[in-house]
Design a binder for this molecule. Structure first.
Ligand SMILES: Nc1nc2c(ncn2[C@@H]2O[C@H](COP(=O)(O)OP(=O)(O)OP(=O)(O)O)[C@@H](O)[C@H]2O)c(=O)[nH]1
Ligand SMILES: [Mg+2]
Ligand SMILES: [Zn+2]
Length: 463
């Protein structure tokens, strides 16, 4: 744990599995299940993972143990994006790929295997051994033109197989979502900034587990079409069990995708329109005790969903704080590898503003929408919505929402509590305590409390 805190990259070498099926971690073309939602890949964390593009990335970084039981640790130098900043000009990631799935199935481990970064950094996460917040890590995928098959893919600029220079494919921002059932609304906010996703499913548990289904439903609701299924932890089961699990995964996918396809259409945002950005986090980048003169303005991190961000431009942040919208200007733009001249949709970016950093510290602006007078709709507190219930495969909870029921709405990256003030058929009026920004046609995730936790039951569209 101390290594993690020191910010070093740690490799926990996976122990040689006793009965690991030979070559099971390799992705074999033709043996993977193809679904409408994407492709299925078998992985063992730290070995291979198929990406949305259908390409395989190999990494040397192994999986990490949150329990600290693994003793075989060594410090490795990974070709992590931030190391590039010194030599290369900053490159914005092209795409955000979500890491989703049931609790403990290995999302953070695979994120680390691919990027070299362990995204669980908060003390509560380390204490409880689960992800609580959204984690972020960037990586560049490379392909060696001298090597064949999956071996050609890596996250190294120099091919680890033949030692020759590899070709840069693209830079990716991973968004690692928490899988715990009580953190569904966090995952839903994350889904708003994902372009594609890896659904991680552990082979040593029956499929589907509740969050396997809920997360996949959330992805489809957010309009995410490109999904790769990664069957993980295959070192823990014998081959026949791994195959049985794969069968369950296929059946589950067919069932759920059919249900989702029938109920959830895909949203589209126009990229030629003026700037809109979902804020996923915000920070104060000043060191404690910084001199006033040297202080830098508040920073907002997120993903642009429409238009461009350009230094010097005026921006508005809605709904703002305490009911008041915030107006500022763009002072700087950056991504994980350094400064940018302008920022576009794709990958995670950060906007340095002229705001008092106390407004942006500790994710205070998470959930806000950044835009301009032209792009941002007025805020609202009362919504007339059309409710679309989502069919479930595993859990048969009562999905219908009732008058006076409390619901949690996830609108983009914002989660807000609302009360159902009236409902008739599929029309519901929902009243919120705080103002929100709803984009035209935007799908609002509706969660209600069932069995002691917030469960995704429907999506609403404001009329
Ligand atoms: N044997 C084995 N253990 C694994 C594998 N992948 C992950 N683990 C272990 O499973 C545990 C959970 O892994 P995480 O990566 O934290 O799982 P997660 O899906 O991110 O969990 P949440 O974010 O809390 O939902 C850790 O102890 C990992 O070391 C694998 O392929 N094989
Ligand atoms: Mg995790
Ligand atoms: Zn090579």
């Amino acid at each position: 744990m101390s290594e993690k805190k020191a910010g070093k990259k740690v490799e926990h070498k996976p122990k040689k599995p006793k009965a690991a099926p030979k070559g099971a971690a390799k992705v074999k073309a033709g043996k993977t299940a193809k679904t409408e939602a994407g492709k299925t890949a078998k992985t063992e964390a730290g070995k291979t993972a198929k990406t949305e593009a259908g390409k395989t990335a190999k990494t040397e970084a192994g999986k990490a143990s949150k329990t600290g039981k693994n003793t075989e640790t060594k410090i490795v130098k990974t070709e992590h994006a931030s190391k590039e900043s010194a030599k290369d000009e900053a490159v914005q990631a092209e795409i955000n790929i979500g890491m989703v799935g049931h609790v403990d199935h290995g999302k953070t481990s695979i994120t680390q295997a691919l990027t070299g970064k362990w995204t669980d950094t908060h003390s509560e996460e380390l204490k409880r051994g689960i992800s609580i917040r959204l984690g972020y890590a960037d990586v560049i995928f490379y392909k060696c033109e001298h090597c064949k098959g999956i071996e050609a893919y890596s996250t190294k600029a120099v091919c680890p197989i033949c030692g020759k220079k590899a070709k840069k494919l693209r830079k990716i921002s991973f968004v690692d979502a928490p899988g715990h059932e009580t953190l569904m609304t966090t995952m839903l906010s994350g889904a708003a900034i994902m372009d594609g996703a890896i659904l991680v499913i552990a082979a040593n548990e029956k499929c589907p587990q509740p969050q396997t289904e809920e997360h996949l439903t959330a992805l489809k609701m957010a309009g995410i079409e490109k999904i790769v299924i990664a069957q993980n932890k295959i070192d823990l089961v014998e081959m026949p069990k791994a195959k049985e699990n794969m069968k369950q995964i296929k059946e589950f996918l067919d069932l759920l995708i059919e249900a989702v396809e029938k109920t959830i259409p895909t949203p589209k945002f126009d990229l030629k329109k003026p700037l809109l950005m979902y804020c996923a986090r915000s920070f104060d980048i000043n060191k404690p005790g910084s001199k006033l003169k040297a202080m830098q303005g508040g920073v907002i991190g997120g993903t642009i969903i429409q238009g461009k961000a350009i230094i010097g431009e005026k921006i508005l942040i809605r709904p703002g704080i305490e009911g008041k919208e915030i107006s500022t200007d763009i002072r700087s733009l950056s991504c994980s590898s350094g400064n940018l001249k302008e920022a576009i949709p794709g990958g995670l970016v950060a906007i340095g503003t002229g705001l008092d950093p106390s407004l942006t510290q500790n994710d205070r602006l998470r959930g806000q929408v950044v835009g301009t007078e032209k792009s941002l709709p007025e805020t609202v507190t009362d919504l007339n919505t059309e409710i679309n219930y989502i069919k479930r495969v595993v859990e048969k909870v009562e999905r219908k929402i009732k008058p006076n029921e409390t619901v949690v709405l996830t609108i983009g990256t914002m989660a807000e509590v609302g009360i159902v003030t009236s409902i008739g058929g599929n029309k519901a009026k929902i009243s919120l305590k705080n103002k929100i920004v709803v984009l035209p046609g935007q799908k609002i995730a509706v969660s209600k409390k069932a069995e002691g936790r917030w469960q995704l039951v429907a999506y609403a569209v404001a009329k």
